[in-house]
Design a protein around this ligand. Structure first.
Ligand SMILES: [Ca+2]
Length: 167
């Protein structure tokens, strides 16, 4: 019971932080639709929202969201020690830990997630383009990968489920 309660708080805060960082569930659902619409033309935004919500209910996903956003915020405020402060604040391309952390989300629904994640990370549609625009001084070094990974995992979840209902 205590454990259950703790999990709920974690999901609640993870959702709240995503929202505060400018990412709505609908924004992530749009990425899922972008990934899946050519395979499932009948898929609706509502289906995608349902899948994103299922991904957000996973504890390992919440942990990645909380850790990543926390580091982004601390870097934005200049509160990390060097060399990490500069590395994260300028989103140094050789750092790579942001992508590694995102893989813990991608893994949740198996290996299709990797393909989806790689694809969406290259294309950067919708909210991902916004998160990669550093012109307003915000640091989204971890958040862009986390959002792409949630979308990739939600797309994999949908593909797995569709494979089970279709003959
Ligand atoms: Ca990144």
């Amino acid at each position: 019971m205590e454990n259950q309660k703790e999990m709920n708080v974690s999901e609640q805060i993870a959702r709240q932080w995503l929202k505060e960082r400018g990412v709505k569930v609908e924004d992530i659902a749009e990425l899922v639709l972008y990934l899946q619409k050519k395979y499932f033309p009948d898929m609706t935004l509502e289906d995608c929202i349902e899948s994103v919500n299922a991904v957000l209910s996973k504890r390992e996903v919440q942990n990645a969201i909380l850790t990543g956003i926390q580091l982004d915020i601390l870097a934005e405020k200049g509160m990390l020690d060097e060399p990490l402060q500069s590395t994260i604040a300028v989103d140094e391309s050789l750092y790579g830990i942001d992508e590694i952390m995102a893989l813990s989300i991608v893994n949740v629904y198996g290996s299709i997630g990797f393909t989806n994640y790689g694809y969406i990370d290259k294309q950067k549609p919708g909210i991902l383009a916004k998160l990669n625009d550093h012109s307003d001084g915000t640091c989204n070094t971890f958040l862009d990968d986390i959002v792409g990974a949630i979308a990739a995992a939600a797309a994999s979840r949908h593909a797995h489920r569709a494979a089970h209902v279709q003959p």
